[in-house]
Design a protein around this ligand. Structure first.
Ligand code: MUC
Ligand code: MG
Length: 367
């Protein structure tokens, strides 16, 4: 069970349909594949999606920190020392996606070594989650058509609508058009990626008061400290903290300050070890959680469902598990399948995922 090597491999896969939102847009998945090797010949895998506009990480930076700092600290440790590994990764500040991918590849390697699924190692609550699809910026008719396509093809009935544009009336028109088209046949919530001010957010929420939103997420910046508290205190739906809570300490600070009343858990940013801490903290504080998506590929989405299915609280709400549908291709030998609005974990040890060697060869950028 000894770690003998940690690889960080850059790869790039274009999006068929780029995702646009208030803090940026993604046209190509320029991610990093992490492979953790052990002396038993086991290889654990995970992927790191750099999001410079959210956490400041880049593809080159992720590779550098893994190769220069994390790999030398991990080699020689065993897969059972996950807390020691987390402590070593924690010596370096920031770099959430790089740390998360290393952590998850270690859990995958452990599952493969023990011949146990990661979901069972974590908590084993269930084996699937309902799927929520993220609708990126477009005209109202196009966003309704996209929701129709997702419901038709995959049975998805929960949608997170990206908002935060100006004029606000465009985003409000989108949410209204979705509710009018589907009635109560869908669940809707919105994510502003900090695009509006607190007062714009309050005005928009007032205009959407009749649209039966489940949640509102990061409508205005958490750094607008008093404005954000003011906004959250006047809403009658939970306010999800996402990019404002990259660590458990941030969750505590934001929730206790009244700046958030729900938490997005992203395995792409807190791995499995850190996501457990965030989940248990949210449970202890008594706030809802949603499994979020950092615009992950299939391997990242599999990590999200592996974690989300492991616990009661994380599997209660639909998880954001479908961004990979907008990619032109992926690395997994057997593609993920969303059916009847659900994504199931993979049978097989660890994450149950194998890479397609030809696809890796085609998309890797280091040769
Ligand atoms: C989200 O929930 O905000 C956009 C940026 C990012 O890091 O994740 C996405 C989705
Ligand atoms: Mg978000």
């Amino acid at each position: 069970m000894k770690i003998t090597g940690v690889e960080a491999i850059p790869f790039a896969i274009p999006y068929r349909k780029p995702l646009k939102f208030a803090s940026g847009e993604v046209h190509t998945a320029e991610h990093v594949l992490v492979r953790v090797h052990t002396d038993d010949g086991v290889v654990g895998i995970a992927e790191a999606p750099p999001r410079p506009f959210t956490y400041g990480e880049t593809q080159d930076g992720i590779i550098a920190v893994i190769k220069k700092i994390f790999a030398p600290q991990l080699i020689g440790m065993t897969l059972l020392q996950r807390e020691t590994i987390a402590a070593r990764l924690g010596r370096t500040v920031g770099n959430p996606a790089a740390k998360a991918a290393v952590d998850m590849a270690v859990w995958d390697a452990l599952g493969r070594t023990l011949d146990v699924q990661v979901t069972d190692l974590l908590g084993g609550y269930t084996d699937r989650m309902r799927v929520s699809h993220m609708l990126g910026f477009d005209e109202p008719a196009a966003m309704v058509a996209e929701a129709e396509r997702m419901r038709e093809l995959y049975g998805i009935t929960t949608f997170k609508v990206k908002v935060g544009r100006r004029p606000m009336s465009l985003d409000i028109a989108v949410v209204r058009a979705l509710r009018e088209r589907f009635g109560d046949g869908i669940d809707l919530y919105i994510d502003g990626n900090r695009g509006w001010t607190a007062s714009e957010s309050a005005a928009a929420m007032k205009e959407m008061a009749d649209l039966r939103l489940l949640f509102a997420e990061e409508l205005c910046p958490a750094d607008d400290v008093l404005g954000r508290r003011w906004l959250v205190s006047r809403l009658d739906v939970p306010f999800i903290a996402d990019e404002s809570v990259p660590t458990p300490a941030d969750v505590t600070r934001e929730v206790l300050a009244g700046a958030a009343t729900a938490v997005s858990i992203k395995t792409a940013r807190t791995g499995f070890t850190g996501s457990q801490r965030v989940l248990h903290l949210a449970e202890g504080l008594g706030v809802e959680v949603v499994m979020g998506n950092q615009i992950d590929g299939q391997l990242g989405s599999l990590c999200t469902v592996a974690f989300g299915a492991a616990f009661q609280l994380t599997s209660r709400r639909a998880g954001e598990l479908s961004n990979f549908l907008d990619m032109s291709d992926d690395l997994l030998a057997e593609p993920l399948q969303i059916r009847d609005g659900e994504l199931a974990i993979r049978p097989g040890a660890g994450l149950g995922a194998d890479l397609d060697p030809d696809k890796l060869e085609r998309y890797r950028q280091d040769h």
